[in-house]
Design a protein around this ligand. Structure first.
Ligand code: ADP
Ligand code: MG
Length: 559
């Protein structure tokens, strides 16, 4: 029986490609530049194994040339080029990747830097161009060929002239439509922006002729346009450099360049991991709180690169919510990407990286707390609330991890202290960790309920944020010490016979208390004698688990 080959319906696949794989049209430039970089990498690789070839880095570059009058955009490279067969095979067949084949033939380890693997990136050019022309001369060949296509209708290959080895991809940029200003892809500043955004860390120079206006020589008012060739990308990503080559200023500049924030970062963390999953990361703990941080608009996430090419602006999976203030980027060679590079195929590697990063952030915060207390306090004033949310969230799953990072204002120290510090100072007979809740420290200080505890010489933690008491209820106890609100019924203070005494006094004055309860009605549950008061005539206390302040928060919550 005859087996017939499926014929790829190129036209439909191409349509699908153009309209559905990529969400942002501007990435066509990233794809073409990645191909150019791969082509140069191939020469580099060949030179490693072939003595007749030398690789002189200065000879290799990528150049982007825009011509507004002719509406063309050229991407020129000095890479390996393509033979007639390669043009046919690699560009004539969708989903065929010459680069993947190259990696396989040469048994390159997975982590090798060549980017291509799906054999579709090239076609993204049709998202912005009506006609795509590729002129190429392969390494070791005397002839050059021209591949040309208008997309769906197919392509032609004809011999042509080209002096040097390499490839030129020429795009005839589409006319503007109502939905899209294709003109922008011919604008210098916009091209520069796209290159910076996606391809900043391609290892070869990406050049462009840039026109600036300058004062004419000898003139004070007359300007002239000067065009000069500039390298647009920074090439060596800072995260690939060794830590000892870098200064704090380098890290601070990168933070500003990337617009992670407008402040100066409080701390930078450079991670290089060469284990089960390989990655480099630069993370920052900001100093100032972003204006939208505690609003629903705030998006957490780290930039994600795959071998130096930007894949995602904000990869949320890399950060737990309680560390959502962390900024920075991760670059890994080990990610499996899907075809559009806009999604991750399997998240096993990503999960490993996230876990790793999480640990690292935690230990950095701990060392900040231990060694640079002032900085930590600064940090805590901005983001402590988020840590407390972290303790409270997910049914307290992360409390063990986070509780040592918490701080509260102390009645004794008159500053923020950790739970560990509190417990280490507790006199032996003190059973509980005491806290008092109020709107401000000043108000708490005046609370009648604090008097007895303070008189005993015990330290009290002041809770001034809604979340404080909720977080503490989740922690339940710290180093076997339970938390106790100073306004709870039984303070558990030794020698405090208030319970017995009050019972007696209450019995004596039964009628008076009944009359008071009748007068106050539903506003109180009971009126009782208190032995806790010194300078105040009355105070309110809560029975049970929920304090008065928590009740206030709960009542204020939208239903
Ligand atoms: P991928 O890069 O994922 O392999 P592409 O569709 O981007 O897929 O490119 C298809 C193939 O065409 C590449 O694998 C490569 O073999 C070849 N190719 C594309 N652009 C160039 C170029 N500038 N120089 C040399 N070969 C190229
Ligand atoms: Mg490609």
């Amino acid at each position: 029986m005859e087996t017939k080959q499926f014929k790829a319906e190129s036209k439909r696949i191409l349509d699908m490609m153009i309209h559905s794989i990529y969400t942002h049209h501007e990435i066509f430039l990233r794809e073409l530049i990645s191909n150019a970089s791969d082509a140069i990498d191939k020469i580099y690789y060949k030179a490693l194994t072939d003595d007749s070839l030398t690789f002189d880095k200065d000879q290799y570059y990528i150049k982007v040339v825009a011509d507004k009058d002719n509406r063309t955009l050229k991407i020129i490279d000095t890479g390996v080029g393509m033979t007639r067969e390669e043009l046919e095979n690699n560009l004539g067949t969708i989903a065929k990747s010459g680069s993947l084949a190259f990696k396989n033939e040469n048994e390159l380890k997975d982590g090798y830097d060549i980017i291509g693997q799906f054999g579709v990136g090239f076609y993204s050019a049709f998202m912005v161009a009506d006609v795509v022309t590729v002129i190429s001369k392969a390494l070791g060949s005397e002839e050059a060929y021209k591949w040309e296509s208008k997309g769906a209708e197919g392509y032609t290959i004809t011999p042509c002239e080209k002096d040097s080895v390499g490839t030129e991809v020429i795009l005839k940029i589409k006319e503007n439509t109502e939905d899209e200003k294709y003109d922008e892809y011919l604008e210098e500043y916009h091209l520069k922006e796209i290159i910076k955004k996606y391809s900043d860390f391609i290892r070869y120079p990406i050049k462009m002729d840039v026109t600036t206006s300058k004062l004419k020589e000898g003139s004070e008012s007359e300007y002239e346009e000067v065009t000069s060739e500039q390298v647009i990308n920074s090439m060596v990503p800072i995260w690939r450099k060794n830590k000892n080559e870098l200064t704090q200023e380098d890290y601070d500049n990168f933070y500003a360049e990337k617009r992670y924030g407008f402040d100066k970062p409080l701390k930078s963390i450079h991670i290089k991991v060469d284990g089960a999953v390989r990655y480099n990361a630069i993370l920052y703990i900001p100093e100032k709180i972003p204006f939208d941080y505690y609003s629903p608009e705030y998006e957490k996430g780290l930039e994600l690169y795959s071998s130096g090419v930007l894949i995602m602006n904000k990869c949320a999976d890399l950060l737990p919510d309680y560390f959502s203030f962390v900024k920075g980027m991760v670059d890994s060679e080990d990610l499996s990407l899907n075809i559009s590079r806009e999604m991750l195929q399997h998240d096993r590697q990503l999960k490993l990286i996230a876990k790793n990063i999480n640990k690292k952030i935690k230990s950095e915060l701990q060392s900040l707390l231990k060694n640079e207390r002032d900085k930590y306090v600064e940090f805590y004033k901005s983001f402590g609330r988020q840590l407390k949310f972290g303790v409270y969230s997910d049914f307290g799953m992360h409390k063990e991890e986070l509780q040592d990072l918490l701080m509260f204002y102390s009645s004794k120290e008159k500053k923020l202290v950790t739970l560990e510090e509190y417990v280490s100072r507790m006199p032996e007979e003190q059973k509980y960790i005491y806290y008092a809740v109020g709107e401000t420290n000043e108000r708490i200080e005046k609370l009648p309920q604090t008097e007895l505890v303070a008189d005993k010489g015990y330290e009290i933690l002041y809770f001034t944020e809604d979340i404080d008491e909720f977080a503490i209820k989740v922690i339940m106890n710290y180093k076997d010490k339970e938390f106790k609100s100073v306004s709870s019924g039984d303070l558990g203070i030794e020698g405090d016979d208030t319970v017995k005494e009050t019972a007696a006094e209450e019995a004596e004055n039964k009628e008076l208390f009944e009359a008071m309860k009748a007068a106050l009605g539903d506003k109180v549950k009971a009126v009782r004698v208190s032995k806790r008061l010194k300078s105040h005539p009355v105070c309110l206390t809560a029975d049970g688990d929920v304090s008065i302040e928590m009740e206030k928060v709960l009542n204020a919550m939208p239903n």
